[in-house]
Design a protein around this ligand. Structure first.
Ligand code: SF4
Length: 167
């Protein structure tokens, strides 16, 4: 999972408001650096998901990252975006950013249509299948929650049904 910093779309009920600031923690990493880190683990994972924040507010970086992953590995590429498919297709930079994606999960989060299943946070979001690598059924079958426990007891929750609060 690659998290991009910065989102100005302002979906009410967004689960990840700490990603909205464009400045984040002041750490800036290039697309190439992030790609190298992902590619170093390419043998251990099936693919990479780019989320945020809003990845397509940094379209050139996302294009470079996805292009490097596509050119140098067999990893799948999924991009989660708050922009709709129409908004992406109408913009050359955003279109280029997803050119190497197998799937784009597109559209604003709508809290009234919350799903918390598969890879869609809300029912209005679209599975835009750009290659034949995955079906909508594959994506809908993704576990709702994954819990990782490290040696020091740190718990990391990943998924659409991640609980809130401290543990
Ligand atoms: S696009 Fe995503 S990160 Fe941005 S406000 Fe909407 S749900 Fe939050």
């Amino acid at each position: 999972m690659v998290w991009s910093q910065g989102c100005a779309l302002g979906c009410p009920g967004c689960f990840n408001p700490q990603t909205h600031s464009g400045s984040g923690a002041g750490v800036v990493r290039t697309a190439g650096e992030v790609a190298e880190e992902v590619l170093a683990d390419a043998a251990c994972v099936e693919g990479v998901t780019v989320t945020g924040g809003e990845p397509l507010e940094q379209p050139a970086a996302v294009a470079a990252f996805c292009g490097a992953v596509r050119a140098r590995s067999g990893l799948s590429v999924i991009v989660l975006s708050g922009f709709s498919r129409a908004e992406i297709e109408a913009d050359a930079a955003r279109s280029a950013a997803v050119a190497d994606a197998d799937v784009v999960i597109a559209g604003r989060y709508n809290a009234r249509l919350r799903l918390a299943r598969g890879l869609r946070g809300s029912a209005n979001k679209e599975y835009w299948l750009r290659t034949g690598r995955y079906t909508a059924g594959d994506l809908a079958a993704v576990p709702e929650l994954e819990i990782t426990v490290t040696d020091d007891g740190t718990l990391t929750f990943t998924g659409m049904a991640a609980p809130e609060g401290e543990f």
